[in-house]
Ligand binder design. Sequence first.
Ligand SMILES: *[C@@H]1O[C@H](CO)[C@@H](O)[C@H](O)[C@H]1NC(C)=O
Ligand SMILES: *[C@@H]1O[C@H](CO)[C@@H](O)[C@H](O)[C@H]1NC(C)=O
Length: 190
Amino acid sequence: MRKVVLLLFLFVLSFIVARSNVDWSMTRPEEDWRESLALGKEKLSRMHFYFHDILSGKKPTAMKIAQASTTTKSPTLFGTVMMADDMLTEGPEPTSKMVGRAQGLYGSADQKHVGLLFAMSFEFTDGIYNGSTLSILGRNPALELIREMPIVGGTGVFKLARGVVFAKTYWFNMTSSDAVVEYHANVIHY
Ligand SMILES: *[C@@H]1O[C@H](CO)[C@@H](O)[C@H](O)[C@H]1NC(C)=O
Ligand SMILES: *[C@@H]1O[C@H](CO)[C@@H](O)[C@H](O)[C@H]1NC(C)=O
């Protein structure tokens, strides 16, 4: 049963993997991006924050809102849909300064492998980004160490944005399925 829970909602790996030293070179230094992109008047912003997906306790921030009648028979719980209003913070602790919220849907969209469809608005509330949003839409292969998802648009300072986020599980509770995920966002915008 735990396995099934594990497969599902997660931006996963586990303590062991999450705690290991991970090569983040995929995120590439800003300089590299600038050189290889013809930016013109556009800017490249890089952001780093933590995403808290809390399913347990008195105040869960993510909850199941739908599932198919066949979901429980599926090894990937295909058809399950979650709605989240998750905190985004500066550091990994839940008490760390909040910089925004991740609001939207994720659900199991792959019948054979663990693959979530991730459709979320990241709304920022801090500093120059206050009130600006990024739209993330793409496949989240939750069991992979680093997941890459497209930024398909934005508002506020992120008008006409495009880009990519890299997500890596920082902490995961196998019992509750609560997770803290580290994000690096690379955003091209005007
Ligand atoms: C963000 O903007 C809102 C609405 O304009 C404002 O109430 C709030 O104080 C701002 N927060 C920060 C941290 O600047
Ligand atoms: C993991 O979740 C369970 C169930 O909610 C909870 O009892 C336990 O304290 C949590 N473990 C940690 C390390 O937070």
